[in-house]
Structure formats: C-alpha cells, structure tokens
Design a protein around this ligand. Sequence first.
Ligand SMILES: Nc1ncnc2c1ncn2[C@@H]1O[C@H](COP(=O)(O)OP(=O)(O)OP(=O)(O)O)[C@@H](O)[C@H]1O
Length: 529
Amino acid sequence: MAWRPFPRTLTPQHASPTPPTHPTPSAAAPPGRGRDLVRTATGRTLDVLRLLVVVARGLGRTVSAVRRWWERTPRERRGPVLIAIVACLLILWLTPYGPLIGAVALAGALAWQGRDRSADAADGGPGEAERARLQTLYEALVPFLALAGDPRPQPLYAHDGDWRRAFTDFAFAEDGRLAHLTLRYPPHFGDGDPESRARLQRLLCARAGRGREYRFAWNEEAGELTLTALPPLPTGVYAQRFVTAPGETVLGFTDLHTVQRTVPVIEDGGGRRDLPPVVWRTGPRSAEPHLLALGRPGAGTTTLLRSIALQALRHGEVLIVDGGGAGEYAFLAGRGRVLAVEPTLAGALSSLEWVTRETERRLLAANRARQTGRDAPEDVCRPLWVLVDRPSVLGHLARSEGQRDPQDLLQVPLRYGRAVRVTVAIADQFEGAESLIGAVRAHTRARVVLGPATPDQVREVLGEAPATTPPPQVPPGRGYARLGTGPVHRLQVPATPNPYDEEAAEPQRRAVMELLTEPMAGAGRRVGR
Ligand SMILES: Nc1ncnc2c1ncn2[C@@H]1O[C@H](COP(=O)(O)OP(=O)(O)OP(=O)(O)O)[C@@H](O)[C@H]1O
C-alpha cells in the first residue's frame, strides 16, 4: 500500500507565511484542483479503511487459529505455553519502549495474517501441480455432486466450474499429497443418507491417494465435509507401567486431538514420547464397568487381555479363564495377586462359581457396612478382575458334555460387580460372538474391535461405524475402541507378548516379565479360600 504525501492544499492556513487574502476571481483555485483535493482525501480514507479491514481479518484468523490450537492441545500442555506467553509479555512490559514495539509487531503480524490469500494462491499458495490435483479432484466430484438441469446460474459443481468455490480449505503434505481438505457440498446432496455419504467418502479416498487412513468430519449445518489424512498409529509401544490413576486402564493409543490427555511412554529402541491413550475407567463410578473385545483370529485380543491383566495387577487381584487353552496366560500362574489361571472347563466352572459367590459376599458386606455407618472392609474394596478369553469355546465344550455354560456364571459379576469393584473383561473371535449370552452383550459397555473388520462389523460391535477409513495394512493389535456412547477411537494396543513365546522380541518379553508380581509360595489356584 503506497502512502501519498500530504497535498499542500491540506496544509493549515495558519502555517502559511503569507497572510490570508480575499479571493479575487483571478486568484481563486481552478475547478480541477477542488476535484483533486476530494479524490486525494477519499483515496487516503480508503487506504486507512483497507488497512483496518486487513488487520481485523488478521485478528479473526488469529483468534480462530488460537481456538483450534486450544482445542487440539492436551490440557497439561496448555499451562506451560500460557506461562511462557505471560513471561514474554512481562519482559516486553519491562523493556524500554517494549509495549510500543509489541503493539507495532502485533499490528504487523495481524496485517500479515489478514493479507489477501487469493493473491498467494495465484503465486505462493498451491503450486501448479497442487492446483491441477485440486482441479482433478473437483472434476471427479462433479458427476456425483452436480444436479442435472441445475437452475442456478453458477452451481457449486459444474463441468466448467472452478474448484476455488467448492474447496474452502486445503493443505498438502511435504510429499505433495493432499493432507487436509474442506469442501462445500450442494444442498441437494443427501448428507443424511449413509450410503450417499459412504460413496462420497470412497470417491474422496480414491482421489486423495490410497494407502493412508482418512478421517471424515461432516458439518451438516454448514454443508461442509472435511477430510484429513491421518498418520499411522505408533506400533512401537510395549507393555510398561503407564502413568494412570487407580481404576484407570490404558487400552491402547489413539489420535492426539480425540482424547484429553497424553501419557509418557517408552518406545521400542528406548525413545520416549508422549502419546494419547484410550483410558478405560472401572469401579463404582464407571459407566462402562465391563469390557468386550472381538476380532478375527490372530488380531490381538489375547494380547489386549494380557495387557489389561498386567495393569490390573498393580492395584487388584486377577482371575483368568483361558478358553483358548493354548497356555497364553501360563506365565501369570502362581504370581502374587493372580488368583487362578484356568485353561479347562472344570476349572473355569469352579472359578466362576467362586466369583459369583465372592461378588455376592462383597455386596452383603458392603450393604452391612453401609447400614452400620462404617466404611466397607478392605477386602471388599480391593479390585477383582475376571478376564475370560474365548468363552465361546468353553460354552461349546460345556454343551457337548451336558454341563452349564460358564458364561451363565458371569451374570452376577456383570450385573452387580461394579459397585464392589468386580470387573469383567471378555475376549472372543467374531465367529464366537453369536454364542455370547444376553448379559454379556448388555453389560459390556466398553467395546473393542481388533484386526481387519468391515465398517458393518465395527458398527455391530461398537454401535457406531468409525469416522476413519480402514488402515491399508492392519498390524496386530490395531482396531477401534468405544467407551459407552463416546466416540469411536482408532486404537493400537501395546505389544504384550507371552513371555514364554520364543518368537516374540526379547525386549518385549523382558518388559512383560518386569511387570509381573513376585511368585507366591505354594503356587496354584487360590480361589475358594
Ligand atoms: N498389540 C500388539 N503389538 C504387537 N504384536 C501383537 C499385538 N497384538 C498381537 N500381536 C501379535 O500377534 C499375534 C497374535 O496375537 P494374539 O494371540 O493376541 O491374537 P488373538 O486375537 O488372541 O488370536 P488367537 O485367538 O488366534 O490366539 C501374536 O504373535 C502377538 O504377539
């Protein structure tokens, strides 16, 4: 913006060395000069107004960028940043001319933020290749989003249309692929129809580049769809002592902006970083006191139960029913606070009968304590974890032997266990899901799906399909988790191998062994004491 010098005609009269004279016809300003004066004054006013508009636009963009940062940043990281900002302001305040310098810098920064970005788009914004990509994507969307015989003079999607009207925000990754895109869709598009949504999402995925996961966010009010390419979840985290409170269990790790906090973790190779966990809360206040995990064979549900068992041992007692019977939990047998590891039908039945009686005993004891106004005894408050792997196999065996299905014995802990800290976690394969009894389905409100699964399979288990596309390669322990009616999270379970499995990586096996409690003298079943 060019600042013009003050015209001489605007110089105050009293500043003139010559005394004022009465105008005479010959001395009057020519008529053209008056017009110049008006034009100059209007030009200057417009320049100032334009600058104010740019600064106001910059202010708006900055405020929304700060708000996005605030929402995205975990709570524990906001504090240090705010402290650093306050410290900088204080230093500026104490520096000579600091406030003035700060104000000028702020105005400059706001003006830069508020600059006209359409000019950037023409030169410094998307390059030619990127513009071509956006145009190709736009053209691919036209057959799907254009309305035949659209009466509007300039429809949003048309064969000779321009992507700039339809794509309101976009970003490219360093490799030149689309990282983020917000597009407007026309009002006639059926955004309430799942099939239409799925078709548009499939089309966008194909055009934005295969081999990545994408998150879709629909804003029906504004008629906008946002696509974001997601980085793969980290697979290098193994079993370790996670920073959690009693009653909290880390199911795995997910995307940063979808959960409230991060926990420090050590990765394979010894690197440390903060990762966002999916934390499952159990106990009397939990709305999801029991868990069900389903997956294909080899998807990692046994590993998830092992990970839960090792975390549960920190504060409670664990009883394991191993319907798979492959000795995947044998390393836990005889360890402190491990009540039993039951690989047989008979063992499972007697252990689960004990769990039923123990739940009832705890309920009575807690009730008595309440009536007498005392605190519940310590043995009622100690968490008891019942982990059941492949109950469908045991159910099948029970039916063939004319015995009771062990799942029936889970009814009492599932229905009433929450109040007395009895938690049930069940894992099975998709094929076994049909034989899960009603109480299991009704009371396991924390849900996990692991391994390759169709959106319908995920929806059946979690009650809602994920907002993200399936990963191109599904590593073991990769899936989705949902706690009650909360959002569906992408999930990567920490590697927790059977330490007796010689094919597992040595550092991971050692990490599991380090989390084990001490061996108990007279190892064996300790239920029914
Ligand atoms: N989160 C994970 N990280 C790394 N490896 C994993 C993870 N989960 C599972 N694995 C590996 O995948 C393989 C199968 O895991 P797991 O036994 O837990 O699967 P599963 O679903 O219980 O299958 P199955 O029911 O057939 O035993 C194992 O070799 C295990 O070490």
